[in-house]
Design a protein around this ligand. Structure first.
Ligand SMILES: Nc1nc2c(c(=O)[nH]1)N[C@H]1C(S)=C(S)[C@@H](COP(=O)(O)O)O[C@H]1N2
Ligand SMILES: [Mo]
Length: 317
């Protein structure tokens, strides 16, 4: 693979057993569910939610609905893409320490009947926080399995009532160059922006994440609130969101502005459409040595393939 991105060798922390990072409460909960998990495995829910998602075939850990073990807390919080802090994945955690994630507000506006600015504490109170165990597939061809806590974006959108003209949702990351030194780089059009079609935004898989492993989400993972769109390449899952705008125009995105021939608006995970500079047919799961095949829509086709019926996915990359 001729990726220009820095890749790192497997480090000892990548093979640290996850139990080390589990709270006692979670560990007991997982252990208690072992008895029931064999029966659940055969008809595992396609969306992992709540306690049902805890299946522990070996008795030692959560998995996604395909049976893949979650990555360790250590891996998820130390190998990050967050260009506002650094383009070096291992530099993001140290450089983002002390980032001010409170107070925090998210402004939801544009083509909605009830525009509103929410404090992060309002969002936590208004919407029940669920656990969702999702695969994250970076466009650079590495992946992880991450146990998020959060709530469906659809719940927030329902509250502000998109008008009938709204067709897209645009998201914007906080702009604070004094705290986020990467934003002083002239090579990127800050602030980071992303977008979804409204029907993609309303899909139940689309999550606003506020936590990880039951802990408040750390700065390196997009504190205090970030998007998670598990069937799309990781760059769609924008971090540290301050603005959500409903619009009738396809939003410009940071990556489609920087390299339109490499990063399209849709960015659905697709093993059959290679990146111009490398194959997307397989990926390296962080913590594993050999590569594994990449799945169409990152394995979420049952829930999302209908959204793209009749579209040529080779053109709409
Ligand atoms: N604001 C912002 N959001 C971002 C990024 C970024 O650089 N800035 N990187 C994206 C990329 S490329 C990936 S793969 C994921 C990584 O999320 P994680 O570090 O929580 O695993 O965040 C995405 N969201
Ligand atoms: Mo990524």
């Amino acid at each position: 693979m001729s990726s220009p991105f820095k890749s790192v060798p497997i480090r000892s922390y990548e093979i640290t057993p996850r139990e080390t990072y589990l709270s006692r409460r979670d560990f007991i909960k997982a252990a208690g569910l072992i008895a029931g998990s064999a029966a659940l495995a055969a008809c595992a829910p396609s969306v992992a939610g709540g306690d049902e998602s805890v299946s522990a075939p070996s008795g030692s850990g959560k998995t996604d609905e395909l049976g893949d073990a979650v990555n360790t807390y250590q891996e998820i919080t130390n190998y990050n893409n967050f260009y506002e802090f650094s383009t070096g994945k291992e530099e993001v955690a140290p450089l983002s320490k002390g980032f001010t994630a409170a107070p925090w507000t998210v402004e939801v506006y544009g083509m909605v009947n009830k525009p509103q600015t929410f404090g992060i504490e309002d969002l936590l109170k208004l919407f029940p926080q669920e656990e969702r165990i999702y695969r994250l597939r970076c466009v650079e061809a590495w992946s992880m399995v991450i146990p998020w806590n959060g709530f469906p974006l659809a719940s927030l959108l329902a509250m502000v009532e998109p008008t009938s003209s709204a067709k897209y949702v645009r998201f914007e990351t906080v702009y604070r160059p004094e705290e986020m030194k990467g934003q002083k780089s002239p090579f990127y059009p800050w602030p980071y922006q992303e977008g979804l079609r409204l029907d993609e935004a309303m899909n139940d898989l689309t999550l606003l994440a506020t936590g990880l492993y039951g802990e408040t989400v750390l700065p390196q993972n997009g504190a205090p609130i970030r998007l998670v769109v598990p069937w799309k390449y990781g760059f769609k899952s924008i971090k540290s969101i301050v603005k959500i705008e409903l619009t009738d125009k396809e939003p410009a995105t940071l990556w489609s502005t920087v390299a339109p021939n490499e990063y399209g608006f849709h960015a659905n995970v697709n093993p059959e459409v290679d990146h111009p500079r490398w194959s997307q047919a397989s990926e390296r799961r962080i913590g594993e040595l050999s590569r594994r095949p990449t799945l169409m829509f990152n394995g979420y086709g049952e829930q999302v393939a209908d959204l793209y019926a009749g579209m040529d996915l080779r053109l709409h990359y």
